[in-house]
Design a protein around this ligand. Structure first.
Ligand code: 6R9
Length: 648
């Protein structure tokens, strides 16, 4: 499909938009020519306890990278997301919770109720010893208590680290220990697609390796049987009974940490991405309003999990800061059947639906009939995030879900960026299927050649970097500032390096082409090849492993593993299954290998470096153009790899 397929904003979108094309252009221009003035004005959308006098104080200069926004201001995130709405919208619904089981009742929580629950939660956390600056790990399913717990931390100034409930005990303990959490919030069990997830059991297993955890706050969710450790575990439903609903929000400096969120990189263990208070909330709130063109009273649904950044910024912080009604869905798109999302849209009269390309592709595969059973006429806007959307999926979404009446926003951003970076604004920027289009206010994308030369022509291809700081940017890697600097600012000096490749077309539109590093994007989830490799080599029968991605119709990318066994071990289907389960146990089901190839040898240079380029080609079943293999220590291994390739 050519880039020339353009969808101009509809007349309705133009008539109703918060940002016209002219306004976008003028505001964008001002945001980069006068960032101080622009952001000073925008920051007025938040309630400040103590107004800031300084706006931007940032430097990308290697190695002294330092990022501060509104550094002498004070505010509280929970007060901005809840308290300030009480007067005008106390009885408005803040959160609609839709359970996994379609026959079970959904729940609606008003802003007033949210205020009570969060205050109570905050007081219980305090009674367990949580103080300003302490790290609290949250390992909860998609239930309202997850939002209460996050906001309660924000209220008292504790720093939350939400760990996706699909992660294994090992992944959980690693994250708890990395940030020295002393409190873990979890539930007995979670529900997802009709299955039960043993959360408390996972926590018990994880805590064998976490000496620092003193208290576990336990939410009763399914009512399933769990072990309760006397003195350590506290039931939320019991503790909350005595808890007061009065908990004054703590005054936080704009640069105080708000949360840590672990994400995979190209090397080593996952990094604790640290976001702070003022800039992050401003970014989440402004992007939520402008990108979704959010209007008061609309029901808004982001289908992500709160365990990922999308859930943080676009289920909890952005929408609540804007006084929106946000939907939290416990289930999955294809259970009990492939019309589940469409049922939810009909039931709650959703106006804005924000989801992932992988979900769209899976639902597309289930057949269009499933989309025709429900009334989707409440929809006004559709959005996607997590990976590039292929134009076919975009068109399917546009026709069958949007019924050609909805704008689509393809939003490019990352855990590190806090919120949307490159995205259309509906009513202002025409869409091209497959392109994230244009930068948001204050974002200055640049395309560099792999050698680091800034490409100044409009049409360009290379790696995507950002030239200057924006308020929502991560501030550091928790506990390892040097890693922050080396990951994002060392390769291309003076720029923030995104890790993505991109192309800029003749209209200045950005097309993200995917990661240029060793990060995989599996169904929109980030995984480092190094993490999966280290899980594999931890198995006693594995001597070496190399992991690469290959194109996968539904997941975007699949996980392809080359495994060299210890001498004396025999290859077998049983061992394949065992290794698959092993990786699931070590990291979590999302890391489950799709293909495992036995590799008696890996293609290495004479200095011992694995040549991943070759492994990628073989995994892609595209070995006609392997390029120069003469530098390999043993060029013969390549023939064996090709002969035994799994993806045919
Ligand atoms: C928000 C989120 C970030 C990586 C990013 C890129 C990919 C996200 C995209 C996209 C193309 C989009 N990505 N949105 N690629 N078009 N609209 O997903 O954060 O989990 O940190 O992943 O996802 O490769 O670098 P995160």
């Amino acid at each position: 499909m050519s880039d020339q397929l353009i969808f101009e904003p509809s007349e309705t979108a133009i008539a109703n938009t918060l940002t016209t094309k002219e306004q976008y252009e003028a505001l964008y221009e001002r945001s980069v020519s006068d960032p101080d003035g622009f952001w000073r004005e925008q920051a007025a959308r938040l309630d400040w306890i103590k107004p800031f006098t300084k706006v931007k104080n940032t430097s990308f200069a290697y190695p002294d990278v330092s990022i501060k926004w509104f550094e002498d201001g004070e505010l509280n995130v929970a007060a901005n997301c809840i308290d300030r709405h009480l007067e005008t919208r106390g009885d408005q619904i803040a959160i609609i919770w839709e359970p996994d089981d379609p026959k079970a009742d959904s729940r609606s929580i008003t802003y007033r109720e949210l205020h009570e629950e969060v205050s109570r939660f905050a007081n219980v956390l305090k009674s367990l010893g949580a103080k300003k600056g302490d790290r609290v790990t949250i390992y909860l399913p998609m239930i309202p208590e997850a939002a209460y717990a996050m906001l309660a931390c924000a209220r008292i100034g504790a720093v939350h680290s939400v760990v996706f409930a699909g992660f294994s005990p090992d992944a959980l303990s690693g994250r708890i220990n990395d940030c020295d959490s002393n409190i873990v919030v979890t539930a007995d069990e979670g529900r997802r697609g009709g299955k039960v997830v043993p959360l408390k059991k996972n926590v018990d297993a994880a805590l064998k390796d976490c000496a620092g955890v003193e208290k576990v706050l336990l939410v009763r969710n399914t009512g399933g049987d769990v072990d309760v450790s006397e003195g350590r575990d506290v039931w939320w439903h019991e503790a909350s009974q005595q808890a007061s609903t009065d908990c004054p929000p703590e005054a936080m400096n704009a640069e105080d940490p708000l949360f840590i969120l672990y994400t995979s990189g190209s090397t080593g263990k996952p990094k604790g991405v640290l976001h702070t208070t003022g800039g992050y909330l401003l970014w989440a709130s402004l992007t939520h309003e402008r990108v979704f063109d959010y209007k008061d009273g609309e029901v808004y649904w982001c289908t992500a999990d709160v365990g990922w950044v999308t859930g943080h910024s676009y289920i909890v912080y952005g929408p609540l800061a804007n006084g929106a009604t946000t939907v939290m869905f416990e289930g999955v798109p294809n259970w009990p059947d492939a019309s589940r999302h469409w049922q939810v849209i009909e039931r709650h009269k959703i106006a804005v639906y924000y989801t992932a390309p992988t979900a769209i592709r899976a639902l597309m595969g289930a057949g269009v009939d499933w989309t025709q059973k429900n009334d989707l006429s409440s929809l006004r806007l559709l959005g996607t995030v997590g990976e590039p959307i292929n134009p076919e999926a975009w068109m399917w979404f546009y026709r069958n879900i949007g019924k050609e009446n909805c704008e689509i926003v393809d939003t490019w951003w990352q855990t590190e960026t806090g919120g949307h970076m490159i995205t259309p604004l509906p009513g202002a920027i025409a869409a091209k299927p497959g392109s994230a289009t244009k930068p948001f206010f204050g974002v200055q994308p640049v395309v560099l050649s792999p050698e680091g030369q800034e490409q100044t022509d409009t049409e360009a291809q290379g790696v995507l970097c950002i030239k200057d700081s924006w308020p929502g940017q991560m501030r550091t890697v928790y506990g390892d500032h040097a890693r922050f600097v080396s990951t994002y600012f060392e390769t291309y000096k003076g720029y923030y390096f995104s890790g993505d490749g991109c192309r800029r077309d003749e209209d200045g539109y950005y097309w993200i082409t995917g990661r240029v590093d060793d990060v995989l994007n599996i169904s929109g989830h980030r995984l480092g090849t190094a993490e999966i490799e280290s899980a594999l080599v931890a198995h006693p029968k594995v001597s070496e492993a190399a992991v690469v991605g290959y194109p996968h119709d539904v997941k975007g990318q699949g996980i392809y593993c080359y495994v060299t066994l210890m001498s004396g071990e025999t290859e077998s289907e049983e061992l394949r299954a065992e290794l698959r389960n092993w990786v699931r146990k070590e990291i979590g089901p999302i890391a489950s290998p799709d293909m495992i190839q036995w590799a008696p040898g890996l293609p290495k240079t004479r200095s011992g470096k694995i040549m991943r380029r070759i492994l990628r080609k073989v995994a892609e079943n595209d070995f006609g153009s392997l390029g120069d293999t003469s530098t390999l220590a043993d060029p013969g291994v390549v023939d064996d790899l090709i002969e035994h390739r799994q993806n045919r």
